[in-house]
Every structure is written in structure tokens, then in C-alpha cells.
Design a binder for this molecule. Structure first.
Ligand code: ZN
Length: 272
């Protein structure tokens, strides 16, 4: 008899919105001997019932893993833990992490889901406590919010960090991926092409920031830069774009390529 393969059940949480797309993907992952739940998403009773049923069909829940502490990922985790007795696993506990996590994991830790081995990849950037789960046997990666099913993800400093984000994407490029399951949206079956696109997109934005500072002929604030750098973006998204733009400026500052003229992030910035 051959060993069981990985079963993946995707349940979309009923929390759609501008930043969550169709809703958060909750995954029940394992084989007939047991499973884990990735990102319960929200505490909606019908969603938790559906998770419960799916875990029972896969040999029973062994753990709840949250990819990072954003509310649309940890939502429902405490309730599911209470209901099932399964421990919540996260990269960081405490006030800025997942306060109710039973265990703090580390990079390269192994989590068993039935007979399936999943490896924790610490992948900061979208948030400092972000992790992906890597099922090496199939090449499937559960990417949380490092990659989205469509569009890009928001990087909000100080919890988000553009340098770390690009380093995490580069780390994924080194893996023999067959499929990425993102935290929002559909499966990505051309993982390397998508990762290359993501990196190219961020580097293009970065070049646009440098260009915008150069052509303005003087220091510019984030507020002044947003409509120039994000001319291709719906103005209703500008408040989010401003956060990503600041993330780019902080990366460029760390690399010695731009400088701030006041201590305040909201003050003017200039090219070096
Ligand atoms: Zn997130």
C-alpha cells in the first residue's frame, strides 16, 4: 500500500472586502490519519462548523496554525481551539503576536498533519511574524499573505518591511514549488512566474519612487508622491498605497539611497 498523499480542503471564510478579496482561505490539510487547520479566518459559526466537519473527515484536528497575526487570519482561531482542544501554533506570541497561541514555532520546525510533514518557513515582510508552510513531498506551499491569488499584498510599516518581504520572496524562489495556495484567492499553478512578477513589480515601484523624487526637483512627502507613483491605481486605494510607498522609502533609506529631511515618516524625502 502506498503512503497517503496530502489532502487539501479549502474553505473560504465569509469575510470578503477590499483587502481580503473573496475572503480568507482556511485550509484543512492532512491525510486520513489526521489534519491541521491553517488560518481559521473569522469566528462565523457556520464557517467554524464547516471546518469542524472537514477536520473530522480527515482523521481529526491536531493543531491550528496561523500564518500571521492579522485579524482576518487569526479570527476564529481562539474559538476553534476552545471548541476542539487543538493548540494554536504561531511564530510569535505576546501582545504584538498571537496572544492565545499555545506554542511559538521557529523557522524550519516540522509540523505533522496525520502522516504528512510540513515545514515552517519564517517569511517576514508582510508582517514580522509571518510564516509559510511547505509540503516538500508534493511541492505545495501555503503562503499566507506573502502572495495573493490576484493583485499584490499590502506592506504596512512598521509591522511590514519591504526589505524583509523581498528577501522572503527570494527565499521561496529557491524551492521546487508546484503550487502556491495563497491566503486569499485561487491557487497559483505557475509559482516561479508569479514570484518573479512580484519581485519585478516591487522593484519597478521602487524605480518609480526614485524617478518621482528626481523629477519633482526637490524633496517630496509620501502624500505628494502617492498620486505620481500610483497613477495606475484607484484613488480610493491611496491610503493603502501610501503605506506601501512608505515601506519602499524605508527600504531605500536602509540601503542609503534616499534620506528623510525630518525625523517624521510623513515629512519630506529626497534622493541621495
Ligand atoms: Zn495579512
Amino acid at each position: 500500500m502506498s503512503a497517503p498523499t496530502l489532502s487539501v480542503v479549502r474553505l473560504v471564510a465569509p469575510n470578503p472586502g477590499p483587502l481580503t478579496g473573496p475572503g480568507t482561505n482556511t485550509f484543512v490539510v492532512g491525510d486520513p490519519t489526521g489534519c491541521i487547520v491553517i488560518d481559521p479566518g473569522c469566528a462565523d459559526a457556520a464557517h467554524l462548523d464547516a471546518i469542524d466537519l472537514a477536520t473530522q473527515a480527515l482523521g481529526g484536528i491536531q493543531a491550528i496554525v496561523v500564518t500571521h497575526a492579522h485579524p482576518d487570519h487569526i479570527g476564529g482561531a481562539a474559538e476553534l481551539a476552545e471548541r476542539t482542544g487543538a493548540p494554536v501554533l504561531a511564530l510569535h506570541r505576546g501582545p504584538s503576536g498571537v496572544s492565545f497561541a499555545a506554542h511559538e514555532m521557529a523557522d524550519d520546525d516540522e509540523i505533522m498533519a496525520g502522516g504528512q510533514s510540513l515545514i515552517v518557513l519564517a517569511t517576514p515582510g508582510h508582517r514580522f511574524d509571518h510564516l509559510c508552510l511547505w509540503h516538500e513531498a508534493s511541492g505545495i506551499l501555503f503562503a499566507g499573505d506573502l502572495v495573493a491569488g490576484s493583485g499584490t499584498v499590502v506592506i504596512i510599516p512598521p509591522e511590514g518591511d519591504m526589505r524583509a518581504y523581498l528577501a522572503s520572496l527570494a527565499r521561496l524562489q529557491a524551492l521546487p514549488l508546484t503550487r502556491i495556495w495563497p491566503g486569499h484567492g485561487a491557487a497559483i499553478d505557475d509559482p516561479q512566474a508569479r514570484l518573479a512578477d512580484y519581485i519585478a513589480h516591487r522593484l519597478q515601484r521602487e524605480a518609480q519612487v526614485i524617478d518621482a523624487l528626481r523629477s519633482a526637483g526637490g524633496p517630496q512627502t509620501v502624500e505628494e508622491l502617492v498620486p505620481v507613483v500610483y497613477a495606475d491605481t484607484d484613488p480610493r486605494m491611496y491610503s493603502w498605497a501610501a503605506k506601501s510607498l512608505l515601506a519602499h522609502l524605508l527600504k531605500l533609506e536602509a540601503e542609503g539611497r534616499v534620506r528623510r529631511l525630518t525625523p517624521d515618516d510623513a515629512g519630506p524625502w529626497a534622493n541621495l
